[in-house]
Design a protein. Structure first.
Length: 380
């Protein structure tokens, strides 16, 4: 099988790489994270103008018509730059949910804006009690006249503080831990009853908790069939997992490069510490973990847009497990070999380590996906 990018895919990756190198230095990233927005509005605008936010959307909606492989090319470079922009949340997950569940009018209304970067979407699927199970939802949507009334709380909505549209999961029937009875709603965050409480995340981004207090919505806010959103959420979460795997590979590549450069430059007893055999062995282990992670990210990208199947579930669970473990190992080993400087705020390695740890915990950590993979094997 040929894993080389074709000419068009390579041009896409090179374009994003040049943008990141030219516009997203580590010092600028620190400044962006301290702003109220939490990322660069100018960089997000450039992503839209150059068509990067349009990559996964169909051409008839102004998109690139790209697959998981094109998304991988973009996300790897955004990972190298530790970019704070909510690409996965808005373009991959938010846009994906609307693309799959929305009717033609909803797609025509929202997707061109998402693809062009004019509309930022945030996805509110998790709740305080969810613990990676996206079907464990207590937020309720009750029928009210011709529409719905929503009540509940959504947790860790990355980019939700600045989003112009929220895609929210709510239960229209069934028990709170049932995969049946889930529905999706598109909500203007400025409507009455919506409260957003923002906070910084450990990796420098910003998120919020969303509180819904008797939020009244028209029937047009419902995405897809009532009570049938469970499979849609699972499928689009799989696409987001593949994108996160690609981002993690970009982070790991830079983390390994920083560690190797440090081993060559830092001297002890008059020689570079990279000449010590025990550190050479640890560096080899880090490179080996990266190569395994890169292979799994390629595999995840190749199945991301396939129809849902047991095999797709297995591949994505295996990829998230391997990449989560690799990111943890590279972060911990790099910090150990750097010594104290590896954890200082002013040095970029600490931020790569934080991002890798957070990627491991987004949409299920390595233990969660190991258990999921094992259960899928048993299912045959």
């Amino acid at each position: 099988m040929d894993f080389q990018l074709n000419e068009e895919q390579q041009m896409l990756q090179d374009t994003v790489a040049r943008m990141v190198r030219g516009e997203y230095s580590f010092e600028k990233r620190l400044d962006f994270s301290e702003t109220e927005l939490g990322y660069s509005a100018d960089f997000w605008k450039q992503l839209g103008e150059l068509g990067i936010t349009a990559v996964p959307f169909p051409e008839e909606l102004g998109g690139f018509g790209g697959t998981g492989v094109e998304v991988q090319s973009v996300m790897t470079e955004l990972g190298r730059g530790l970019c704070l922009e909510p690409y996965v949340q808005s373009v991959i997950l938010g846009g994906g949910l609307i693309s799959q569940a929305g009717n033609d009018d909803q797609k025509d209304h929202w997707l061109p804006g998402i693809a062009g970067g004019e509309l930022q979407v945030a996805v509110a699927l998790q709740e305080p009690q969810s613990h990676y199970d996206l079907h464990r939802v207590e937020t309720r949507a009750e029928r009210s006249g011709d529409g719905y009334t929503l009540n509940g709380r959504k947790a860790v909505v990355i980019g939700g503080h600045s989003a112009g549209l929220l895609v929210v999961s709510a239960r229209t029937s069934g028990d709170s831990d049932s995969a049946e009875g889930l529905s999706l709603f598109a909500i203007d965050p400025k409507v009455d009853g919506v409260e957003r409480r923002s906070y910084p995340t450990n990796d420098g981004a910003k998120g919020c908790d969303v509180f819904l207090d008797n939020v009244r919505l028209s029937a047009d806010a419902l995405l897809g069939d009532e009570g049938k959103a469970g499979p849609v959420i699972e499928y689009q979460a799989g696409r987001a997992i593949a994108a996160l795997c690609a981002e993690a590979v970009g982070c790991m590549e830079e983390a390994n490069k920083l560690t190797l450069d440090y081993l060559k430059q830092r001297k002890q007893f008059g020689v570079p510490i990279g000449s010590f055999q025990v550190l050479q062995h640890r560096m080899v282990d880090m490179m080996s973990e990266l190569e395994q992670a890169r292979s799994m990210a390629i595999l995840a990208a190749s199945v991301a847009d396939n129809e849902q199947s047991t095999e797709r579930r297995r591949v994505l669970a295996a990829a998230k497990n391997v990449i989560g473990r690799a990111g943890q190992f590279i972060s911990e080993s790099g910090i150990q070999m750097h010594g104290g400087i590896g954890m200082t705020w002013e040095y970029s390695f600490a931020h790569y380590a934080k991002r890798l740890i957070l990627i491991n915990h987004q949409l299920g950590d390595d233990d969660h996906h190991l258990e999921a993979f094992a259960s899928l094997l048993q299912a045959g």
